[in-house]
Design a protein around this ligand. Structure first.
Ligand code: ATP
Ligand code: MG
Length: 560
């Protein structure tokens, strides 16, 4: 059944087709899905794909979705992660039906393990982890049965009880399923289902010192909750026979089915909580929500919207084939989302002072500026203009190359929303650097006045100096550099591929209206791209802006 549909079907989501078939054939009455993160880190954009898939499927077919924390490993888990995961799922716009912890089922899982023992389908093994691994065999050779494999159910019940009572040290004994040491599927060669871990658990405290293994716990969790479609990533495909074995042999009344899909991989990105945690722990980045991180909290802080992330997840589809998605596709969706929503204002990131020598001293006029040239409904605002303004340093060149249409000595440009100015004089400091331009303006050329006397080729942005609001700008480049040679990229540790120039911080100016910009408010800065007001580093009167994305990219989403 799993192979009946793949990415070649009409829908770009083959699991949706399975759901449609299951409902039509009456195999299930109501769709129940779940998103089952392990609370050992913050969620990333790959998890968003899984969240969207699970929640949107259930929403579409009037089913239910649980948020379930797969907290069967006491050592790596933490409440901080639980809270962040809840926040991220909600922020993406989803509401879970049930909120569960796998650890809530430890009692029932233990009972099911006892049932397996009584049925002669599980045994306590005294071999070490290494011995178990070595006797597992290979793809071509069968495994070797453990010398403890033939313990009787009574012996096993007694030993398992002693494991539970804390009579053994970590690793001294395990409980294994008794299936088939010669199975062609290595996962069926008596997998370990319980191990001893003397550790405090964030939810159950010190109640347990034996913990179920993920492969045993997961099908039970799904069955206990009545999950119908248990969706996971492709690495679990070989686990499916064991998943089905557990559900059947533990005699679970409800039978979930596992379906595997391709995990999301993005260019220039590492996508594993373990690696992301390493970046945080080694202070390569400034926390899990550093805007360079592919975490949901990082993307949020950078300025991504839930709408953009959801649209992206819908577009990439759900298939069974391995692939790497170009990160520029994600960028495409935030541009699309903000295009008609974001206020379009001006910001000068690298300021150069300009004095307009023929503009009356002490005079300020307020000019009309439309808020979004593609969305009239957003109205307009007034911006000040006076004798002193800032422009962008690279909008001036003393010796311009061919086809340079911005300011240079003797040249005239249009100031966006204002007048034409002409560069008359360049002022330098002792080091010979340009520190100020002296220009003249032509009052006839006021924007919106219908002036047609002459044309200029360049339009530049600016900020009036006396009302300018100081601001910080953070520009990002990919944190991880992809190797051109794929094999090479795999070999090199991702820590060796950190881009040393992933963050550039600049100080400049924004329009006076933005003095009170709210945290997470998003703007399009003329010619610079989309920016988000940083929720942590903005100070009163001095906002900090994170660049979400530049205005244009060479990327063609349709061809991706
Ligand atoms: P990581 O390796 O990043 O820790 P994980 O798979 O161990 O990921 P879990 O917390 O176990 O993380 O994952 C919760 C759910 O999210 C699982 O169903 C998993 O399949 C899914 N998931 C994780 N990473 C991706 C990804 N890159 N693309 C799609 N789904 C993913
Ligand atoms: Mg995991």
């Amino acid at each position: 059944m799993d192979k009946t549909a793949d990415n070649k079907t009409s829908s770009s989501n083959f699991i949706k087709n399975i759901v449609i078939d299951d409902l039509a054939a009456g195999r299930v009455k109501e769709i129940v899905t779940r998103f089952p993160p392990e609370p050992n880190g913050y969620l990333h954009i790959g998890h968003a794909k899984s969240i969207c898939l699970n929640f949107e499927l259930a929403d579409e077919f009037k089913g239910r979705t649980n948020l379930r924390f797969d907290d069967t490993n006491p050592v790596k888990e933490d409440v901080e992660y639980v809270e962040s995961i809840k926040q991220d799922v909600k922020w993406l716009g989803f509401e879970w039906d049930g909120l569960f912890f796998a650890s809530d089922y430890f009692g029932e899982m233990y009972e099911r393990a006892l049932l397996l023992i009584r049925k002669g389908l599980a045994y306590v093994d005294d071999q070490s982890a290494d011995e178990i691994r070595e006797s597992r065999g290979t793809l071509t050779e069968p495994g070797k049965p453990s010398p403890y494999r033939d313990r009787t159910p009574d012996e096993n019940l007694a030993l398992f009880a002693r494991m539970k009572n804390g009579e053994f040290a970590n690793g001294e004994k395990v409980l294994r399923a008794k299936i088939d040491m010669a199975s062609p599927n290595v996962n069926m060669r008596d997998p370990v289902i319980y191990r001893i871990v003397h550790a405090h658990h964030h939810n159950t405290g010190d109640a347990w010192c034996i913990y179920p293994m993920y492969a045993f716990a997961h099908p039970l969790e799904d069955a206990i909750e009545g999950v119908t479609h248990s969706i996971c990533t492709l690495e679990f495909e070989d686990q499916r026979p064991f998943y089905d074995w557990v559900v059947a042999e533990c005699e679970m009344p409800s039978v979930p089915r596992q379906y595997e899909f391709n995990r999301l991989n993005l260019t220039n990105t590492v996508m594993s909580k373990r690696k992301l945690k390493q970046l945080v722990d080694e202070q390569v980045v400034d926390g899990w929500d550093d805007p360079r991180m592919p975490t949901i909290s990082g993307l949020r802080r950078k300025g991504y919207t839930p709408e953009a992330i959801r649209a992206f997840c819908r577009e990439i589809g759900v298939a069974k084939s391995y692939g790497v998605v170009d990160e520029r596709m994600l960028e495409h969706f935030i541009r699309e989302d903000l295009k008609l929503k974001a206020l379009r204002t001006m910001a000068v990131l690298r300021p150069l002072k300009v004095v307009i020598t023929n503009y009356p001293e002490g005079q300020t006029e307020w000019l009309d500026a439309e808020n979004n040239s593609e969305n009239e409904e957003m109205g307009s605002r007034s911006i000040p203009f006076s004798r002193e303004i800032y422009i962008e340093q690279d909008d001036f060149m003393e010796v311009p190359p061919p086809k340079y249409f911005r300011l240079f000595p003797g040249n005239e440009v249009r100031l966006k929303h204002a007048y034409f100015i002409k560069c008359e004089e360049v002022v330098k400091n002792e080091a010979g650097e340009v520190v100020e331009l002296r220009c003249t303006y032509d009052p006839e050329t006021k924007s919106g006045s219908g002036f047609t006397g002459r044309k200029v080729k360049g339009t530049i942005h600016w900020i009036e100096a006396t009302h300018a609001v100081p601001a910080d700008f953070r520009l990002y480049e990919p944190l991880i550099m992809d190797e051109s040679d794929e094999d090479d990229a795999e070999d090199k540790s991702f820590l060796e591929r950190i881009n040393p120039n992933s963050l550039e911080t600049l100080s400049g100016f924004v329009e006076p209206g933005m003095k009170a910009a709210a945290a997470q408010e998003k703007f399009q800065f003329f010619r610079h791209g989309y920016f988000n007001v940083d929720p942590k580093d903005s100070a009163p009167g001095r906002p900090a802006f994170n660049r979400i994305v530049s205005l244009k990219s060479s990327f063609d989403a349709a061809k991706a």
